[in-house]
Design a protein around this ligand. Structure first.
Ligand code: SF4
Ligand code: SF4
Length: 132
């Protein structure tokens, strides 16, 4: 799958160094042309096998900026080919790196119903109970 960064990104750069697979591009390099950071879904592994949670979302100071998106699997090949949201890379022979070309790991405990633009990875902090 992937996680996706939305337009509430404040380009603070915190997530970029945090990603274990170098899936994040800054606002200058964002292949969609938007002035915000960008997760390459063809690289993102949702931190599976490396961390318990997506590290980009864990460090992001902008609550709601990073949300779940669909698994990067062949089932969602057409979805990820939508260039309005994503701009997939190509390999050396020019083949589009869509899910049909190569699937990526994703968190199977996050159901499809819990995925989609707007579904938060990072929950807002729970209200702390007052002490004393
Ligand atoms: S979820 Fe993990 S692998 Fe995916 S972009 Fe964020 S830090 Fe990188
Ligand atoms: S940590 Fe969040 S606000 Fe900062 S650059 Fe990454 S996505 Fe944008």
């Amino acid at each position: 799958m992937s996680v996706i960064i939305n337009d509430t990104c404040i380009t603070c750069d915190a997530c970029l160094q945090q990603c274990p697979v170098n899936a994040i591009m800054d606002d200058i390099s964002n292949p969609t042309g938007k002035k915000q950071y960008y997760v390459q879904p063809e690289k993102c592994v949702e931190c599976v096998g490396i961390y318990d949670d997506p590290q980009c979302a864990a460090i992001c100071p902008s609550i709601g900026c990073i949300t779940w998106d669909m698994p990067f699997t062949a089932e969602f090949d057409q979805y990820f080919r939508n260039e309005e949201v994503y701009k997939l890379g190509v390999n050396k022979s020019g083949t589009l790196r869509s899910p049909a070309y190569k699937e990526k790991s994703y968190r199977k405990d996050i159901l499809i119903e819990e995925r989609g633009i707007g579904k938060l990875v990072q929950e807002e902090p729970e209200n702390l109970e007052e002490v004393g």
